[in-house]
Design a protein around this ligand. Structure first.
Ligand SMILES: [Zn+2]
Length: 395
């Protein structure tokens, strides 16, 4: 309180000195003071103040003064653009988006929880979420089911999916498909063709969940266009991104060159092994985007939270700025709803994740009960959404 009062007094005297009598409004609504600002969108990694006015970034500088209504001390913390998680299931439950927000997630994609039959409820959750969100409509009209939603190819109904998109143009940003053999059997390629057909008139991307598919990647990838997303990119065999000798498939590298995006998609079962990530990374094949496959139960699984998933890549040797890029600016490029996000540029919406990078011994798990110990872990510390401090966590 003392600090706040001091800042308010400073604000008042500055206002008296520089403005018409009676004009008391501070220059800034909020200053995030003295954090290590990492904004890969402009290649910045330095101790800076971030000033916010009118819900937008107003200045990023070594010292922005103290003329603000509120000051958040971020010394010893990392100040990054708000995290954007492009593979979640946060649309299933109205309680989910606020939980993700507390982890620093100021933008999320519900990746195909629902299809045409049940997307309406997801759309309601997304429209009422505090942060920016969008949904992918599953090409299977049922959305994700436990017993394999595409084992009957008739579930992949193009007209119904298009109707769902038309009904929710403000929410639906793409089409989702799950290609695992347990989900689609030998229908995988036909279902993927239908997903593309549904998306085409709207110019939307398709996100394809891969892993243990019936068809090999060399058959799947040609059906993906620029801007489409492969999620669970490090799924182990059969039919992963590496050949039998552990070499990255030429088709996979070619797909990235022509603009297919490769997303991590942590999840819980079957989606990655440490070995797959490491062998791929050794050949330079890192993710374009990091994502969690998060839902309200994730705090009890190997996901924990988005900063924990990011920390796995610190352990694997990815530079911190690259890890943050994968969760901010790279993710923002995938869907137009995030067009002006993932950056701390002056004028951008003031969505910010304040995190703490702690040293210690942290155990991380893959999807096959493999554990590895890392020396650093990012923890969510505070979230700023549209210029307001909406959550602080002390762990
Ligand atoms: Zn998922």
């Amino acid at each position: 309180m003392t600090n706040r009062r001091r800042f308010l007094q400073a604000a008042v005297s500055l206002a008296l000195a520089t403005r018409l009598p009676g004009a008391r409004a501070a220059t800034y609504d909020l200053i995030i003071r003295g954090g290590r600002v990492i904004d890969p969108s402009v290649g910045l990694d330095a101790v800076r103040d971030v000033a916010i006015a009118g819900g937008r970034i107003a200045a990023v500088a070594s010292d922005v003064g103290d003329d603000a209504d509120e000051v958040l001390d971020a010394s010893g913390r990392i100040v990054a653009p708000g995290l954007i998680d492009i593979h979640t299931h946060a649309g299933r439950d109205a309680a989910a988006p606020p939980l993700a927000l507390a982890d620093g997630v100021t933008g999320f994609v519900d990746a195909g929880s629902a299809g045409a039959d049940n997307i309406d409820a997801i759309a309601v959750v997304i429209r009422s979420a505090p942060q920016t969100g969008c949904a992918l409509v599953h090409i299977a009209r049922t959305g994700v089911t436990g017993d394999g939603e595409l084992n009957d190819i008739n579930a992949a109904n193009v007209a119904l999916a298009q109707g769902a998109i038309a009904r929710h143009r403000d929410v639906v940003a793409g089409v989702k498909i799950r290609l695992s053999e347990s989900v689609a059997g030998s229908n995988d390629l036909e279902a993927l063709r239908r997903a593309q057909e549904a998306a085409r008139p709207f110019g939307l991307p398709v996100m394809a969940h891969v892993g243990q598919n019936y068809s090999p990647m060399r058959a799947i990838l040609p059906l993906l266009k620029r801007g489409d997303i492969v999620t669970h990119m490090y799924a182990p065999p059969p039919h992963g991104i590496l050949d039998d000798d552990g070499q990255l498939l030429a088709d996979v590298a070619a797909a990235r060159r022509r603009g297919v995006i490769f997303d991590f998609g942590n999840g819980v079962v079957g989606h990655f092994t440490w070995d797959m990530v490491q062998r791929s990374a050794e050949q330079g094949f890192w993710p374009d985007t990091l994502s969690t496959d998060w839902n309200v139960m994730s705090s009890t699984t190997g996901v924990v939270d988005f900063p924990n998933v990011m920390s796995k890549f610190l352990m694997l040797g990815m530079p911190l700025a690259d890890v943050i890029a994968c969760a901010t600016v790279n993710a923002a490029r995938t869907f137009p709803v995030f067009e002006d996000r993932g950056t701390l540029n002056v004028g951008a919406p003031a969505d910010i994740a304040v995190m703490e990078l702690r040293d210690g011994e942290f155990e991380f798990v893959d999807n096959f009960e493999g554990t590895r110990t890392g020396r650093e872990r990012l923890f969510p510390s505070a979230t700023v959404l549209g210029g307001s401090v909406v959550g602080t966590e002390d762990q």
